[in-house]
Design a protein around this ligand. Structure first.
Ligand SMILES: C[S@@+](CC[C@H](N)C(=O)[O-])C[C@H]1O[C@@H](n2cnc3c(N)ncnc32)[C@H](O)[C@@H]1O
Length: 349
């Protein structure tokens, strides 16, 4: 009886939450993530996990470094860098330039262009922009103070005009009409309060300001869409064991009989609301460029399985070429959805 009562109370609470969300501006049902609220205990646990994860990704420590010219970019296997190069070509073919070129040309368009990078990590990309666009003023915001310290030390050692500021993008208030460009590189899919940050981006952009984004748009929690899963499962069966070694999920490297497709939202912010990014962008911004990519490749070549490929070996190279071709085919025919996109946006006023 008591169990039944609890069940009804939970159900009523869920209905209440859905009603609240339906009434909020730009409402999209937040499903699983609805129980996470900034300031709450579960939220704090997720953020801690987020900070720890990127501390580990960037080599632990968290301490500032005075060594000049360290890359400060997330380490990636050669296969993933190769795939990223192909995506850059795809963006260039569709829009006349790649992501790097689009940002740089805007930073160099005139003196004193101001750019804000949200979720910059240690700012490896932003420091490189600053080296090439000497008159631009760049501000980086990230949650992770340890990473920001590394970027800050590097900027100081080279005399670059890049400032680093710690902040939580789910709650941050940005100054009005300050920036010509806002740059989000692989950060939006870590955010819970997307409506909030899009509102803040609109507020902080000057009248003709733009937002440039590259981000991950998988199913919430970095899960695969069912149709993607079907194709990947078939591919998986054809791959020799050496290509199915998992390098990141366990304490030791292990061969996966099935490809990992876990829901990351249980423990961290990875893809916490990734399905909502595009619809919210389209609702609040005019799209000047949109290039979707990666229907399959992200799953097979990033840090989890990517180290299995040695691009000097003919078979590895052939598998990579084949999967890239298949990825483009499935994307082009609309059979599979993209898991990543590049876009340039202007606020709807
Ligand atoms: C995938 S990394 C991308 C870093 C960098 N933009 C890049 O492309 O190398 C995601 C970054 O978002 C940051 N992040 C996650 N949640 C955040 C939040 N609520 N506020 C600010 N930064 C956040 C993380 O600390 C991490 O540095």
């Amino acid at each position: 009886m008591l169990v039944l009562k609890r069940h009804w109370i939970r159900l009523l609470f869920r209905i209440h939450q859905m009603k609240l969300l339906a009434g909020s501006p730009g409402a999209i049902f937040r499903g699983y993530s609805a129980h996470l609220e900034p300031g709450g205990k579960a939220y704090d646990r997720h953020l801690k996990q987020e900070i720890e994860e990127y501390r580990r990704v960037h080599g632990g420590g968290g301490e500032a470094t005075s060594k000049p010219n360290i890359p400060l970019i997330e380490p990636a296997p050669a296969s993933w860098l190769d795939i990223q190069g192909r995506a850059a070509t795809r963006i260039r073919d569709a829009t006349g330039d790649d992501m790097y070129g689009h940002v740089l040309s805007r930073l160099c368009a005139r003196k004193g262009v101001r750019m804000l990078s949200l979720g910059s990590g240690p700012g490896g990309l932003e420091l490189q922009f600053a080296r090439e666009a000497r008159s631009a003023k760049i501000e980086c915001i990230d949650l992770n103070a340890g990473l920001l310290e590394k970027g800050c030390a590097q900027a100081a050692s080279e005399g670059l005009a890049v400032e680093f500021r710690q902040g939580d993008l789910n709650t941050i208030l940005l100054p009005p009409e300050k920036f010509d460009l806002v740059f989000c590189h692989a950060s939006l899919h870590h955010l819970l309060e997307l409506e909030h940050i899009f509102h803040q981006i609109k507020r902080t952009l000057k009248t003709r300001g733009e937002l440039i984004v590259i981000d991950v748009i998988t199913r919430h929690g970095y899960r695969m869409w069912p149709e993607t899963r079907k194709v990947i499962d078939k591919i998986w069966k054809t791959l020799p064991a050496a290509y199915r070694v998992n390098h990141t999920s366990y304490h030791v490297k292990m061969i996966d009989e099935r490809i990992v497709d876990a829901d990351s939202r249980r423990s961290n912010m990875e893809c916490i609301r990734s399905e909502d990014i595009l619809p919210l962008l389209e609702a609040g911004f005019e799209t000047s460029a949109y290039v979707p990519f990666y229907s399959l490749c992200r799953r097979l070549f990033d840090t989890m399985y990517g180290p299995n490929y040695d691009l000097a070996r003919a078979l590895d190279r052939a598998i990579l070429d084949w999967l890239w071709a298949l990825d483009c085919y499935y994307l082009g025919t609309g059979v599979l959805k993209p898991e990543t996109f590049f876009g340039i946006y202007r606020p709807k006023r």
